[in-house]
Design a protein around this ligand. Structure first.
Ligand code: LMR
Length: 332
């Protein structure tokens, strides 16, 4: 009798889990807002390729680029609700999640160059920021690079006074809001997918972004003047829904971690070149004027934006600023 019951129980388990697991892979919906042909877009596709390979098809990654599934704010809500499993938003967009500390990374001229940025994020501050996400049901897996912001309008932006009165689209960070206000402009948060039209129709006068985003979204076609200012850095955090991530079988999670680590190295290794190529293509198009700041002009921008540093503490708190100061060997 006992054997019979055990056999029946085993058969029931086989019926309920066996064929289903064999046939239905675990699906990871990976939503993002940029084009495939950008550092993040290519990184997402690389992760898909490696994840599917390393898990032997147990996992299927569906990449949704260009806001085709969700726009900026919605995608973060969707991740928390479990409607998508993976995102890579700019860290400037994390305040709605209740983690304003990430905005410290948007401070103007915080990172001297790419190498300084990369080294800093590998240190304590990168891990500390990811710890902050855990309480929100979100796990940080990696930081992906997309270089430095340029800024643009339909007039040359050379001196701080040139920004006076301009409506500038920003992606979400109050730090960016603040430094554009320091320059006398009027910042406005807007979803990435709406920027091209807003620039074209004059809803906003200007924006900031990296060359790869200017190029693939065609912002350069609707902005007469772009200043290659590289005044702030754009980085992403690849994040997952914690419940989903922790609920994965351990072997699968390990394979996905390996895929993510390799996709991260790949993305970060191509970011600079992708942006250089995009800038060259923008230049070659002849559709906009590129401006470069002299040392003196750059110093004037830095001076004008300096109040943001004083103000930042009230927004992001002293702890993250201290961690950054330590990592970068600077006083803040
Ligand atoms: C933006 O909204 O400007 C950027 O965050 C878009 C992106 O993801 O690169």
């Amino acid at each position: 009798m006992r054997t019979l019951i055990v056999a029946a129980a085993l058969a029931a388990i086989a019926l309920s889990t066996g064929p289903a697991t064999a046939q239905s892979p675990i699906v990871i919906k990976f939503s993002h807002v940029v084009a495939n042909d950008t550092p993040k877009g290519k990184g997402a596709l690389k992760f898909k390729e490696l994840a599917e390979q390393y898990t032997g098809g147990k996992v299927k990654v569906e990449v949704y680029p260009n806001s085709t599934l969700y726009k900026d704010k919605e995608e973060i809500e969707a991740l928390q609700l479990g409607s998508v499993q993976m995102l890579a938003p700019s860290t400037a967009k994390f305040a709605p999640l209740g983690v304003k500390e990430f905005e410290a990374l948007d401070l103007p001229w915080l990172f001297k160059d790419e190498a300084t940025y990369a080294a800093a994020m590998k240190g304590e501050v990168g891990k500390w920021l990811f710890n902050k996400l855990e309480a929100k049901g979100v796990t940080g897996l990696a930081y992906w690079d997309n270089g430095f912001h340029m800024t643009s309008a339909n007039r040359p932006l050379i001196n701080p006074t040139d920004f006076q009165g301009l409506k500038i689209r920003i992606s979400g960070s109050k730090i960016a809001d603040r430094y554009f206000r320091d320059l006398g402009s009027i910042p406005q948060i807007m979803a990435f997918s709406e920027v091209y039209q807003a620039l074209q129709t004059g809803v906003v006068d200007g924006c900031e972004n990296t060359p790869s985003n200017y190029y693939t979204q065609k912002f350069f076609e609707v902005q007469k003047d772009i200043t290659v200012s590289y005044h702030a850095h754009l980085q992403y955090a690849v994040i997952v829904n914690t419940k989903f991530w922790k609920g994965l079988p351990e072997d699968v999670r390990n394979q996905l971690t390996k895929a993510m680590d390799e996709a991260t190295d790949y993305t970060n290794s191509i970011a600079s070149k992708e942006n250089e190529d995009a800038l060259a293509a923008i230049k070659a198009s002849g559709k906009t004027n590129l401006h470069y700041l002299t040392d003196e002009q750059k110093a004037a921008w830095q001076k004008a934006m300096q109040p943001t540093y004083k103000w930042a503490k009230s927004r992001v708190g002293g702890e993250v600023l201290d961690l950054l100061a330590k990592e970068l060997h600077v006083a803040m």
